[in-house]
Design a protein around this ligand. Structure first.
Ligand code: SF4
Length: 761
C-alpha cells in the first residue's frame, strides 16, 4: 500500500450507510473525516446526500476498532497474536474440519455490508478452498423471496428488475419509506418532485404514516401482515374490470390465463376488510395504476420481512406485469451488473439444500434464520466451522438467543471485521480488517437502468496499524491452506510488459493449470496487481470483469462513452474505472434491451407460478394471526433519521432518538397508561427488551414500532461495555420465517407491553 499523505483536501469517496452509496467528497485531517459534502461529479447521486453521511467519522474512528489478530484463551479472554500465527492456525483448522467432516461442515457468513464489496470474489475463492457452498448473507434475510419469484418469471434468479421511480407517472411504494430508507436515487429530491407535480401520483401502502406516506396522494394504511390481501384485491379489481394490458400480456408473457382465473375469484371486499382498507381506496389504487401511462412499483423490507413474503414478491411483480409496466420508461426494468451481486440456484432435481434442515439455496444463498439449526444439533453433517466477514449476526439476524447458543458449539468461529462486534466477542479468532476508507473499495449495488455506473473508491487513509484489507487476508488464508501452489513469476513479468501480452499469458496459465480458475482473483491480484497505480492491486480482477462485460455488451459500453473495439474496449472501460474516483458510467441501454435479459428459452415472462397461485388461493380473510396474550404487532427495524446498519458502534453518532424509542398510537398508549418517555417492557414469546415510549399518531392502532441498529455494546467512559437501545433480535425466533425463502417476520412480531416504573429500570 502506498503511503497516503495526510491532507485537508476534499477527496471523492462514497457514503457506506445505505445501498445508495452516494458519491461524497470529504475533507480529512490525519485519520479523521472532518467535513462531508455531496460529490457533484458522481454520475448517479450528482451531489445528493442525506444527514447520515455527516457522521461517517464515527465509523472510521471509535474505541472498538481492532488493531491486532486475537485468539481466544481458555478463560474466554483474548490474546494478541501475530498475523502469521493467526493465518497458520486458522488455515490448519479449516483444512482439518474440511478433510475430517467434509466441506459441508464449514460455512461462510456475510461479506460486504453496504459497500465493502471489493473482496467478494476473494471470499468466493476461500469458500472454494473450504469446499463449501454454505453461504449465509443478509440478502437472504430480505430479498430471496423476490429472487425465487424472479427465477420463475424470467428464467434465472439473478434476472433482477429495478424501478424507474424517477420518470413514472404513478409510483407505488409498498413496505418502504424512501424518505428515510432511500433505496431509490436521490430519494428526497425525487419524492418532492413527484409530490409537487399535479400530473403524477404517489400511492403508499404502509401500516405507518411514514414521511413518504404523508406526501402520498393515496396512503393505504393497512393492517400489518395483510399486504398479500391488499395487493391481491387491487389485482383482482384490475382483471375484473378488464384493466389489464392484453396486448402486452399476449406479446411478452405466457400463463396469464391461469393467473386471470385465480385473480378473478378473489373476494375483493373481504380482502379489503381483512387489510383494514376502505373498498373505494382499493378501487382508486387499481384505477390509478391501470390508467397510468407509466407506473413503477418499489418495494422493500416492509413486505419482505412479514407474513407471505414470497407471495408478496409475486403479487408485487404482477402489479407491474399485468398492467404492462415493464420494459419502458417510468416502469420496472432489468438492469446491467458489472459484477453480479447474486447467482442462480437451479431448482432442478439436484437442487442444493442445506444438510440439516434441507432448506433450498436461492440465488446461491442460505437464509440466516436456519444457521443456528444447522449448527446446534447432533446431526453428523452439522456445521462445525464458520467464517464471518463484515457481519454481526448475533445482533442483526433473527433469534439472538439461538445464535449465541449455536455459536458456543462451533469448533471454529473466525470473525473478520473492523470492530469488536458482539459476534467477534464469541469468536475463536478475530482478524482485524482495514476500514472502508483505508483501502480500495467498491459496491456491487449498481442497479440503475438505462444508465448504470460503477464507483471504485481509493483509500483516504493509510490502514490502521495492525489491520489488513480483506483481499490480502483471504489470499493469505487460501495460500496457507495449501490449495494454491503455482509459480506466478513468469506471469508477473509479463504483466509488466503490456496488457495484451498479459491477457494471452493469463489465459495460457489458466489453460495449463485449470485448478487456478477457482482462484483467478488471487492470480490477478498477485500478478497484474503489481502494475496498478496507488496500491490498487486488489482491484486487478476488475480488469478481467471489464473485458468480460465489454465483450458481452459492447453496445451499452459504447453508449456510455468508452471507445474501441474488442480488447481495446475492455481496456478503456477498466482504465476509466481505475482512474475516475467519482464513479464511471459503464453501460447505457435502450428500454427495448429489457427483453434481452429474459432467460427463458422462449424469451417470454412466465406468469404462472403454481406454488404462488396455490398460496393465493389459501389466503383466508377470516384467519386471525395474533396470539391472545400478545395483542400488539411489533414492526421491528423502522428506519429513522439516525439509525443505520450495525456499522456505527458509538451511540454518540446519533443527533436524536438516543434510546431508539418504541412508537405507539395515542389510543393504545392511553389504554396502557403510557405517555411520552414512559418505559415499557416489550415482550414476545421469545424474549423481552426495555424501551422508552413515544406516542405517535403515525402508527395504526395495534401497531408498535422499534428501530434497527440499536442494542450494540460500546465501551463507556468507565471502560465497561454498555448497551444502548433495544436489541430487537432478542424478541425474534428462527422459526418465524417464510416457508420458501426463510426470510424472517421482523415486521410482524406479536408482543405485549408492560409499563415499567422508574425503580424497575
Ligand atoms: S442516502 Fe444513503 S448513501 Fe446517501 S448519504 Fe444518505 S445514508 Fe449515505
Amino acid at each position: 500500500m502506498n503511503q497516503i499523505e495526510s491532507n485537508k483536501q476534499w477527496q471523492p469517496t462514497a457514503c457506506i450507510l445505505c445501498s445508495r452509496n452516494c458519491g461524497i467528497e470529504v475533507e480529512t485531517n490525519k485519520q479523521e473525516i472532518v467535513k462531508v459534502r455531496g460529490d457533484k461529479a458522481h454520475p448517479i447521486s450528482t451531489g445528493y446526500l442525506c444527514q447520515k453521511a455527516q457522521r461517517l467519522n464515527f465509523y472510521q474512528n471509535h474505541n472498538d476498532r481492532l488493531n491486532s489478530p486475537l485468539r481466544r484463551c481458555s478463560d474466554g479472554t483474548f490474546e494478541k497474536i501475530s498475523w502469521d500465527t493467526a493465518i497458520t492456525e486458522i488455515a490448519a483448522k479449516l483444512v482439518n474440519l474440511r478433510d475430517t467432516y467434509g466441506g459441508h461442515s464449514l460455512a461462510y457468513y456475510g461479506g460486504g455490508g453496504q459497500g465493502n464489496h471489493l473482496a467478494g470474489p476473494y471470499a468466493k475463492a476461500l469458500r472454494l478452498a473450504m469446499n463449501t457452498s454454505n453461504y449465509y448473507n443478509s440478502l437472504a434475510q430480505e430479498k430471496t423471496g423476490g429472487f425465487w419469484v424472479d427465477g420463475r418469471l424470467y428464467g434465472r434468479q439473478n434476472c433482477h428488475p429495478t424501478e424507474d421511480v424517477e420518470h413514472a407517472e404513478v409510483v407505488v411504494f409498498i413496505g418502504t419509506n424512501p424518505w428515510q430508507s432511500h433505496g431509490i436515487r436521490n430519494a428526497r429530491q425525487i419524492l418532492q418532485e413527484i409530490h409537487k407535480d399535479p400530473n403524477r401520483k404517489m400511492i403508499v401502502i404502509d401500516p405507518r404514516r411514514t414521511e413518504t406516506a404523508a406526501m402520498a396522494d393515496l396512503h393505504l394504511q393497512l393492517r400489518p401482515g395483510t399486504d398479500a390481501f391488499l395487493m391481491a384485491a387491487i389485482l383482482a379489481v384490475i382483471v375484473q374490470e378488464n384493466r389489464h394490458n392484453q396486448g402486452f400480456l399476449e406479446k411478452y408473457t405466457t400463463g396469464f390465463n391461469v393467473v386471470y382465473n385465480s385473480l378473478i375469484s378473489v373476494p375483493i371486499k373481504d380482502f379489503a376488510i381483512k387489510a383494514g382498507i376502505e373498498l373505494k381506496d382499493v378501487y382508486e389504487a387499481a384505477h390509478l395504476i391501470s390508467e397510468a401511462k407509466s407506473c413503477s412499483v418499489r418495494t422493500d423490507l416492509g413486505i419482505e420481512q412479514t407474513l407471505n413474503s414470497t407471495l408478496n414478491a409475486y403479487l408485487r411483480s404482477l402489479l407491474f406485469l399485468i398492467t404492462g409496466n415493464f420494459g419502458k420508461k417510468g416502469a420496472n426494468n432489468f438492469h446491467t451488473a458489472l459484477v453480479p451481486m447474486i447467482g442462480h440456484s437451479d431448482e432442478g432435481k439436484k437442487q442444493m439444500r442445506s444438510k440439516v434442515t434441507e432448506f433450498p439455496f436461492i440465488a446461491n444463498l442460505l437464509p440466516p434464520n436456519i444457521l443456528p439449526l444447522e449448527i446446534d444439533t447432533d446431526h453428523p453433517d452439522r456445521t462445525r466451522g464458520l467464517v464471518v466477514d463484515s457481519s454481526n449476526p448475533i445482533v442483526s439476524a433473527a433469534d439472538t438467543q439461538a445464535y449465541r447458543k449455536a455459536f458456543a458449539k462451533l469448533d471454529l468461529l473466525v470473525v473478520i471485521d473492523v470492530a469488536m462486534t458482539e459476534t467477534a466477542a464469541m469468536a475463536h479468532y478475530i482478524l482485524p480488517a482495514s476500514s472502508q476508507y483505508e483501502k480500495w473499495e467498491t459496491t456491487f449495488f449498481n442497479m440503475e437502468f438505462p444508465k448504470n455506473a460503477f464507483h471504485l473508491r481509493k483509500p483516504l487513509f493509510n490502514p490502521l496499524s495492525g489491520t489488513l484489507a480483506e483481499p490480502e487476508i483471504y489470499t493469505r488464508l487460501i495460500k496457507a491452506m495449501g490449495v494454491f501452489e503455482a509459480d506466478l513469476s513468469e506471469l508477473r513479468e509479463v504483466a509488466h510488459q503490456d496488457r495484451f501480452s498479459y491477457a494471452v499469458a493469463f489465459q495460457q496459465t489458466l489453460a495449463k493449470y485449470p485448478k487456478l480458475f477457482d482462484y483467478a482473483p488471487i492470480v490477478l491480484y498477485q500478478t497484474l496487481g503489481d502494475t496498478l497505480p496507488e496500491g490498487a492491486a486488489a482491484t486487478a480482477y476488475l480488469w478481467a470483469t471489464c473485458h468480460q462485460f465489454a465483450g458481452k455488451d459492447p453496445d451499452s459500453v459504447h453508449r456510455a462513452g468508452h471507445q474501441g473495439e474488442g480488447f481495446e474496449l475492455g481496456e478503456a472501460l477498466f482504465n476509466a474505472i481505475l482512474s475516475s474516483h467519482s464513479g464511471v458510467v459503464f453501460s447505457i441501454n435502450e428500454y427495448e434491451d429489457t427483453w434481452k435479459f429474459i432467460k427463458h428459452r422462449d424469451g417470454l415472462i412466465h406468469l404462472e407460478i403454481p406454488e404462488m397461485l396455490k398460496a393465493l388461493s389459501l389466503l383466508d380473510p377470516t384467519e386471525t394471526n395474533l396470539m391472545q396474550d400478545y395483542p400488539f404487532v411489533l414492526s421491528a427495524g423502522e428506519r429513522r433519521s439516525y439509525n443505520a446498519n450495525t456499522i456505527f458502534r458509538d451511540p454518540a453518532w446519533r443527533r436524536s432518538d438516543f434510546d431508539g424509542v418504541l412508537r405507539i398510537n395515542p389510543v393504545d398508549a392511553t389504554g396502557l397508561g403510557l405517555s411520552n418517555n414512559s418505559w415499557v417492557k416489550c415482550q414476545s414469546k421469545r424474549g423481552s427488551v426495555l424501551a422508552r415510549v413515544e406516542v405517535s399518531d403515525t402508527n395504526r392502532q395495534g401497531v408498535v414500532t422499534l428501530p434497527h441498529g440499536y442494542g450494540l455494546e460500546h465501551p463507556a467512559s468507565d471502560g465497561k461495555r454498555s448497551q444502548t437501545g433495544p436489541h430487537i433480535n432478542e424478541l425474534t425466533t428462527s422459526n418465524d420465517m417464510d416457508p420458501i425463502a426463510g426470510t424472517p417476520y421482523h415486521k410482524y412480531i406479536p408482543v405485549r407491553l408492560i409499563k415499567i416504573h422508574g425503580e424497575e429500570l
